[in-house]
Design a protein around this ligand. Structure first.
Ligand SMILES: [Zn+2]
Length: 256
């Protein structure tokens, strides 16, 4: 436990001191494809979240590579990863951005076709019941085997860290650009906004970190769109433009 807290402290120190240039070949982006293996994530109409997020993450990997970034994808096949396996590379290799890709779902069948849209999350405590419920669902698989005390200690250590401001900025740029791209080609895509939530995957990564819920697979219209290549490509382009914008602004802030 102690080791983990010291580790987090060092990582905060490093992340606030590290030269954050935006020479793309120097910038590592970590993409985390949610779930995998025995953990299918959300499920609807025979479709699984783990398959959708892998398709999108692979496209995102390719696109970021072609933009000149160094990119690491946490999984490129259908396998389960523990929390540390998802976040370790971002910490070790000084990633500029950590982005976890997920898809959303709701439990109440009668509301399936009324709830839709893209949402981007960054780590922060919240009283919002909806965000808490989504985080609880996504956290269930990554929290297996972690005791309650460790969970609370780590959350408190991280919640006021400097990365929150950067993560929030990154979330805004990515969310806005995804919505812009999708609305260029599709009608009525709902902007679910940027939201704070206690996602475990974002606690583990010390870099500016966000989690994108690309849409609700419990919504018929959205699920059909989400599993098409074209819709996935628009999401990917939006994420890439959001990352570019965030890093360009970061460069300006730091006066490079
Ligand atoms: Zn998920």
């Amino acid at each position: 436990m102690k080791k983990i807290i010291i580790g987090i402290g060092i990582l905060f120190f490093l992340s606030s001191c590290a030269g954050i240039g935006v020479d793309r070949s120097e910038s590592l982006i970590v993409i985390d494809a949610g779930h995998g293996g025995h953990d299918g994530g959300a499920k609807s109409n025979g479709k699984l979240e783990k398959d959708l997020v892998l398709q999108i993450s692979k496209k995102l990997y390719k696109e970021l590579k072609s933009e000149g970034y160094r990119v690491y994808l946490t999984r490129n096949s259908d396998r389960f990863l523990k929390l540390g396996q998802r976040t370790r590379v971002a910490d070790k290799k000084d990633a500029k951005v950590f982005i976890s890709i997920h898809a959303n779902a709701i439990a109440s069948k009668k509301h399936f076709n009324h709830v839709e849209g893209v949402e981007t999350y960054f780590l922060q405590k919240t009283r919002d019941a909806k965000s808490q419920a989504i985080a609880a669902r996504e956290n269930a698989s990554v929290l297996q085997g972690t005791d309650k005390l460790s969970q609370n200690v780590i959350i408190d250590a991280v919640l006021n860290g400097p990365k929150i401001i950067q993560s929030h900025k990154l979330a805004i740029d990515v969310q806005n650009n995804i919505i812009k791209k999708l609305n260029d080609e599709y009608q009525g895509v709902k902007d679910g906004g940027v939201r704070p939530a206690p996602f475990w995957i974002l606690v583990g990564a010390s870099r500016p970190s966000i989690l994108v819920e690309v849409g609700y697979i419990t919504n018929d219209k959205e699920r059909k769109r989400l599993f098409t290549s074209n819709y996935q490509e628009e999401i990917v382009e939006g994420i890439v433009e959001g990352i570019n914008k965030y890093l360009d602004n970061r460069k300006r802030e730091l006066g490079f």
